[in-house]
Design a protein around this ligand. Structure first.
Ligand SMILES: *Cc1c(COP(=O)(O)O)cnc(C)c1O
Length: 377
């Protein structure tokens, strides 16, 4: 049996007519950049996350940058981000000319550990980026408390967490502003590059909207700095169609996660992801860890498991095999191996299982059976 890590073709087949029609309409109207399809999607996406404003962007990375740029982050500033995240969280900071300051993740939520944030604050710290990694919201109440106490701006990177909830509230509505990614493999994926910024702040929304389009207040009147961070019309059209199904697909992902839990719950060699009591996890990724005492042996075992699954037709991923502080591009920050032990443990012992709404029970059973077989060999 073949179990891909992600299968976007099944999803496309289920909505082909609607998507094709929506794309054709954009072409018929030659509304290639922003336009009606993007405006309609922005409105619907804002409603889905219970926020006032949504500004469609060219990618999630660009959204990360826009948020911090519009909030005035500049050279000399420091911004706290988790060590355990995709690198684009850090680009939001470096593109402002500011310095990313890393904080280790929590051993259960895998998100930034609020108890380790205060030690990273300096007089230059201006903001904290909370990432809702793998689809689980960060501990926003604790982070908000710390941000308020030290007069810092708190923002969200919700690239992996469309429709996720923290204490009954949707991500995107939990801080000053949030960015989302619609990279095709994300829970809500475009048919190309796309992202969005959401906020409840009217003034900030106006500013971000200008900055997305060359800092224009109207055509050729450039009131502020900006860039070309606009969303394409075709992406707005595709996303508009897909958003209607996102609830169902999210429930589908959660069902896959429960099934994995049911089947792998007794396999003592692996640690399953923990769903925090205050969260509704949307399982962008289902990351398990290979247990054991010695991290080097766990890494060997994890690599062997990945190879074994591959030989048996099951594709897996490593999120993220090399943490930010061990990336060459961040040598200048001066971190070393051992600085973020929880993140490093996850990098060396974690493995992401196939995860998408259309996975069949047979496929999930097959993956679980192969994992059990590997440990009983
Ligand atoms: C995917 C992702 C991004 C970047 O999104 P793109 O649309 O690929 O630019 C940012 N942050 C996180 C946590 C992501 O997973």
């Amino acid at each position: 049996m073949q179990v891909p890590f992600l299968d976007l073709k099944i999803q496309y087949k289920s909505i082909k007519n609607e998507v094709d029609t929506a794309i054709q309409k954009v072409i018929d109207n030659t509304a290639f950049i922003l336009g009606e399809s993007v405006a309609n999607f922005e409105k619907a996406f804002a409603e889905a996350h219970n926020v006032k404003h949504c500004i469609g962007t060219s990618s999630g990375t660009d959204g990360n940058h826009l948020v911090l740029w519009a909030l005035g982050i500049k050279p000399g500033d420091e911004v706290i981000i988790p060590a355990n995240t995709f690198i684009a969280t850090a680009w939001g900071v470096t593109l402002c000319g500011a310095k990313p300051v890393l904080v280790d993740c929590h051993p259960e939520s895998y998100n930034i550990d609020p108890e380790k944030v205060e030690a990273a604050i300096t007089p230059n710290t201006k903001a904290i980026v909370a990432v809702h990694l793998y689809g689980q919201p960060a501990d926003m109440d604790r982070l908000k408390e710390i941000a308020d106490k030290h007069n810092l701006i708190l923002v969200e990177d919700a690239a992996q967490a469309h429709l996720a909830e923290y204490k009954g509230k949707k991500v995107g509505s939990l801080a000053k502003a949030a960015s989302f990614s619609f990279y095709p493999g994300k829970n809500l994926g475009a048919y190309g590059e796309a992202g969005a910024v959401v906020t409840d702040d009217d003034e900030l929304a106006v500013k971000i909207k200008m900055m997305r389009e060359h800092g224009q207040s109207r055509k050729y009147y450039h009131d502020t700095f900006g860039h070309n961070y606009r969303m394409e019309g075709i992406q707005g059209a595709v996303l508009g169609v897909k958003l209607k199904y996102l609830n169902d697909w999210t429930e589908g992902r959660r069902k896959v996660a429960s099934k994995y839990r049911e089947l792998l719950g007794d396999v003592s060699e692996v640690k399953l992801p923990v769903e925090m009591p205050e969260s509704k996890h949307v399982y962008h990724l289902f990351v398990i860890q290979v247990n054991g005492d010695d991290l080097e042996k766990r890494k060997e075992k994890r690599d062997a498991l990945q190879e074994f699954l591959k030989e048996n037709g099951v594709a897996t991923g490593l999120h993220y095999a090399i943490p930010l502080h061990q990336q060459k591009c961040f040598n200048y920050l001066g971190y070393k191996k051992g600085d973020f032990p929880v993140t490093e443990e996850l990098a060396e012992s974690g493995i992401s299982l196939p995860m998408y709404a259309e996975l069949s029970d047979e496929q999930i059973e097959y993956v679980a059976a192969k994992i059990e077989k590997f440990f009983n060999k």
